[in-house]
Write a protein that binds this ligand. Sequence first.
Ligand code: GDP
Length: 436
Amino acid sequence: PSQEYELTRRRIESNVNELWHYLRAKTNSSTMQFVNEMRHHLLYDLETIEKRDNRWRKAELKSLSDLVQNKMKELQNPAKESCGSAKKLICQLNKGCGFGCQIHHLVYCMIVAMATKRTLIMNAHNWRYAHSKGKSSDAKGWDSVFLPLSETCLDESGSSRVSWSSSPDLDSYQVIDLPIIDSMRKRPNYLPLSIPQELSSRLIQLHGSPIVWFIGQIVSYLMRPSPEMIDYINQQKDRFKFRTPIVGVHVRRTDKIAERLVYLATDDSSLWTKEVKEFEDKGYVFIGDSQISQTASIGRRYSIDSLRNIILDIWLLSESDFLVCTFSSQVCRLAYELMQNRTDLKTDKSNAFYSLDDIYYFGGQSDHNQIAVLSHKPNNKQEIDLRIGDIIGTAGNHWNGFSKGLNRDTKQSGLYPGFKTIEKIETANFKLFEPN
Ligand code: GDP
């Protein structure tokens, strides 16, 4: 299929949903039942059209995924004898935030490593989720749950070392210490939401959300489970009788929604005794752990069980066919990113989510822009003008047919119909993908 065919097909799919959001916000519930049935029928037919090229799509996705995974592996595994002289980038795992936030911090470090072609060295010392010192079962730290980032090069030493800056001679140093993304001055153009230019045309053709796919590839590499962790995940899957089709629901404290078979992940176990009962009475089946010590932290440290459980939750959410959650949560976004690498049933899972709040974002990202493809005249004071070609900095989707943003060309800020814009995909040069 041509790129235009793929883009058009996906635009129909997302605009069917935009139309549904719009009507749902305007219409009474009996009409909506009818509309919803119609929507499902439309989406079902679209899926049949999509299936025609699934073989090609699967092969192409696998080929892209292999390419990115192999490149990361190559970058992370210089020959043992050259580790002493390899160019390195140092990343501190222990950012003062939750698990999802720390993994996303590592993702950002890996992006810089890939763009500058430097081996990423993670400093996981004193990790709050698993201390590498002490006698307990978490004594292995990062390695108790994940594979090390390298098999040949974990040593951060080098002949010259400097903190990240925009200085032109930066690249002449062997070792560079990275700050957190928010303190990066003179932000390089390869930070999210940019995708590697070298992959862009294939990715844009293949996937509804290239950046999410790309981040998902990095998360998949970073979070390669250790053999013990794989055993644990499989054990728990057996215990829950985890099976598909299933909807993954992540509840970060205050929201709720459900469909038939549901994997429930939450940091609030009281949900199992209250909300879940209510939905079970309506015929929904919930699986998941109702008494895990998710938030059982000892002081500011976490037990190994709580670390395993948060990883398990993210893992099984990512194996769901559809994800319901709040994109404001890093846990939910991690699951959504990983989900893009699980292409068993549907090759493109960029639409397999329902976020109760934000649209997808990467913490510390550069501007998220869209391009107007249809013009729009405001119907009230809250709406803004669109002219074809205008660049819109988008701030969010109100999930009622309208998004909110700033028209960078007219400087107007307000609401506009989402279906009148498309994503403006930014690309940047990544040294790792340059032909040798
Ligand atoms: P965010 O605060 O939701 O954006 O995500 P973070 O990962 O940065 O911090 C939330 C922390 O709460 C996680 O790291 C977990 O320790 C805990 N948590 C949140 N949701 C869940 C969940 O569904 N299951 C488990 N086991 N823990 C959770």
